[in-house]
Ligand binder design. Structure first.
Ligand SMILES: Nc1nc2c(c(=O)[nH]1)N[C@H]1C(S)=C(S)[C@@H](COP(=O)(O)OP(=O)(O)OC[C@H]3O[C@@H](n4cnc5c(=O)[nH]c(N)nc54)[C@H](O)[C@@H]3O)O[C@H]1N2
Ligand SMILES: Nc1nc2c(c(=O)[nH]1)N[C@H]1C(S)=C(S)[C@@H](COP(=O)(O)OP(=O)(O)OC[C@H]3O[C@@H](n4cnc5c(=O)[nH]c(N)nc54)[C@H](O)[C@@H]3O)O[C@H]1N2
Ligand code: SF4
Ligand SMILES: [Mo]
Length: 642
């Protein structure tokens, strides 16, 4: 990659999507922050400080493994790669390329992700996806459909100019701490207001001016009621609506007839609070929204409603406005940009667009298939059925917001499962071949953070003998499976090809220390003059406002705060948080061991009684909640365990 050395210029923190720059101290134990685009003061959070505490050697996989008589046994690279190639070729021969599944690498580089989707598409399938599917897909989808790119519209530094920051289904104070402390807190100190919409109070709520705590899953209703209240107060931006949007009349017509009382009742919010919040929104000149994983839904209704609210208040195209997709893993944004998604080619071009396909074919010599592939959820659900072989790079699909037993059965049903990994995981347990990879701190390449900054990674450690980097593994697999189209002399050649194939990255040079943003000529603020849609305007849409009736006996499960593999499970993760009223009726007090059950499955934890959760709901950390996620219902029973 670009000239530079990790000791002097630092590298990018591999731990999250904020993309802080850091370098190793002399003894390599702790990282030290270096001023970078995402951490201008050189700050790091605790996770970042520990970023170089590499995995204990004993935990690393340093030799390829293949399954033999039920057990994974060490072997040579040649043998392991042969096994993967044979498995894929046999699958294609017997079932066709759509029986293959490629699961992308949100912790790995843009280059590795680009190669992974190129292998899939050159073999003839769009069955390639990545884990961002589990975090921000509905927001990404709403943004693609309505305004242009599935990414944050503004640079982080712009948050400093906001008058009002709206945080929905997110806990950035804890999950993206340096972004929060460097940009949100100073804006609040300068007088900006923070409105937090979340059924549970968390670290972010502590500094909020307004906390709206709706029933889980009712954000589309709440945000639409807020639109209605803004309109009632005359707080909408007529000039912006006139110049930049479409379908406003249909929208206001629909809002005029919504049943306000029924909807506030269903969402469990109070109209007077919404009106006071709408007055703040109407007064604010610059409104920015931060979105997390809490508003993911199947029909993008919540994200659509949020985009409506931002359009209504003229909150796009200027500093201090816009929508921030607070992504999670170091390259969650980049994996998607590089095309590890079933319906988009690199640079977010639809696979269904013949011109886009033929532009890609000009570079690859092979045209990608024209119909969208399966999503990560569908790929898992079909594993062992229509999907017969899978290649997983740098992710752990065995942990998938689903009942673990269900996932394990799917993974075991595959004829071939190849996993590119650093260490043993819940997924390698089911693998037929494991290919040992270099970690983020041992790697060169580029990653893209949550505000579209493409930054260079530089190795801080030498990888253990025997491992290869993700991109090299994929280059070799590509050569073996697809031929000369994968003869890259070095990683720069992969980046250069990516910038030719992805219109968003056209003309981008390999980034140096300062990073560089896509789209190549955009700067910090997207959509200053027009949206990236056919007409240049962004349409209002009327989201479906169906809200189920809350279950009268049970509590509604709210899930948040998953900890990654590198964070040790803490006591906090065993916590079952419930409201004092719900606790009293169940004879539960702080510290009582409780059982949470649904559909014949129960998990046990320790009660924390707190009014940070609303009545009728119970909050569990993701680790504990997984086993309960067997069906779509979120109604659970909570009782004393003893
Ligand atoms: N320390 C640490 N930091 C991380 C990660 C990690 O593993 N550890 N993971 C990273 C990753 S991959 C990601 S994607 C991000 C995730 O970042 P966040 O999305 O901020 O993560 P969560 O803490 O799960 O917050 C989700 C919030 O949504 C709320 N919520 C649940 N249901 C609803 C609902 O129906 N409506 C609304 N409005 N809110 C709801 C929950 O109460 C919770 O507060 O974090 C990243 N940061
Ligand atoms: N139940 C439940 N499941 C969830 C979530 C939840 O809240 N609840 N959250 C979801 C979210 S938001 C996300 S983003 C995903 C995250 O899910 P995953 O992406 O699966 O995250 P991890 O399990 O932390 O890491 C996956 C593996 O990548 C390996 N790895 C790390 N760096 C590299 C690298 O450079 N190269 C290679 N080849 N491997 C590497 C690690 O050893 C680890 O085993 O989880 C999702 N799954
Ligand atoms: S905020 Fe994220 S990128 Fe920054 S130091 Fe912490 S973990 Fe690393
Ligand atoms: Mo994520």
């Amino acid at each position: 990659m670009a000239e530079g050395n990790a000791d002097r210029d630092g590298t990018v923190c591999p731990r999250c999507a904020v993309g802080c720059r850091l370098r190793a101290q002399r003894d390599h134990s702790r990282a030290k922050g270096v001023a970078g685009p995402a951490n201008p003061d050189g700050r790091l959070c605790q996770k970042g400080v520990q970023a170089f505490e590499s995995l204990p050697d004993a935990d690393r996989i340093t030799r390829p493994l293949v399954r033999s008589e039920g057990a994974l046994e060490p072997t040579t690279w040649a043998d392991a790669l042969d096994r993967v190639v044979e498995g894929i070729e046999a699958t294609v021969e017997e079932y066709g390329p759509d029986a293959l599944s490629f699961m992308g690498a949100p912790r790995s580089t843009n280059e590795a992700n680009y190669l992974l989707q190129k292998v899939a598409r050159t073999l003839g399938t769009n069955n390639v996806d990545n884990r961002a599917r589990l975090c921000h897909v509905s927001t990404a989808t709403a943004l693609s459909r309505r305004i242009g790119w599935p990414a944050s519209t503004n640079g982080l530094a712009d948050l400093r100019d906001a008058d009002l920051i709206l945080t929905v289904g997110a806990n950035p104070a804890q999950r993206q701490p340096v972004a929060f402390n460097s940009y949100v807190r100073p804006a609040l100190t300068d007088g900006a207001a923070l409105v937090h919409i979340d059924p549970v109070g968390n670290q972010t709520t502590r500094v909020a001016d307004v906390h709206i705590s709706p029933r889980p899953g009712t954000d589309a209703v709440v945000l639409t009621l807020l639109c209605r209240a803004v309109l009632d107060a005359g707080g909408h931006d007529e000039s912006f609506i006139d110049r930049r949007t479409a379908s406003f009349e249909q929208f206001t017509d629909a809002l005029a007839v919504i049943d306000r009382e029924r909807l506030t009742g269903r969402a469990g919010v109070d109209w007077a609070t919404l009106c006071r919040t709408a007055a703040r929104l109407a007064d604010a000149d610059r409104i920015a929204a931060i979105v997390g994983t809490g508003i993911e839904d199947d029909d993008c209704a919540a994200s659509d409603a949020l985009v409506n609210l931002l359009l209504l208040t003229g909150s796009f195209g200027r500093r201090g406005t816009g929508i921030y997709v607070f992504r999670g893993l170091a390259n969650e944004q980049g994996a998607t940009d590089a095309g590890c998604v079933p319906d988009r080619l690199p640079g977010h071009q639809p696979v269904t667009d013949p011109d886009a396909r033929s532009r890609v074919a000009d570079v690859w010599g092979v045209e990608p298939p024209p119909t969208a592939g399966l999503t990560a959820h569908q790929l898992l659900a079909q594993s062992g059925e229509d999907i017969r072989a899978a290649v997983v790079v740098g992710e752990n699909p065995a942990v998938s917001k689903r009942d673990p037993e269900w996932v394990e059965t799917r993974l075991d049903g595959l004829d071939t499962l190849a996993v590119v990994e650093l260490t043993h995981s819940a997924t390698t347990r089911h693998a037929d071949v494991v290919l040992p990879a270099g970690a983020g701190v041992e790697t060169r390449g580029t990653v893209t953070n949550l505000d579209r900054q493409v930054q260079p990674l530089r190795p801080v450690y030498t990888p253990p003998d025997g491992v290869r980097s993700d991109w090299e593994i994929l280059r070799t697999l590509g050569r073996r499976l697809c031929g000369g189209q994968f003869d890259y002399p070095d990683m720069e050649a992969v980046f250069e090809e990516f910038t030719r194939v992805a219109p968003t990255h056209h003309g981008m040079a390999v980034p140096g220390t300062d990073g560089t943003r896509w789209p190549s000529d955009s700067g910090r603020v997207l959509y200053r003059e027009a949206f990236e849609t056919a007409s240049g305007r962004a349409p209002f849409v009327v989201p479906p406002l169906t809200v189920g009736t809350p279950d009268s006996d049970g509590l509604t499960l709210v899930v948040g705060g998953r900890a990654t593999a590198v964070e040790r499970a803490t006591d906090a993760e065993q916590t079952v948080r419930l409201h004092p009223e719900d606790a009293t009726t169940r004879d539960i007090t702080d510290g009582t061991r409780v059982r949470v059950g649904a559909d014949g499955v129960t998990v046990e934890g320790v009660a924390t009684v707190s009014d940070t959760v609303r009545t009728g709901t119970v909050f569990l950390h993701a680790q504990l909640a997984d086993a309960l996620l067997r069906t779509d219902t979120r109604a659970v029973a909570v009782e004393r365990a003893e």
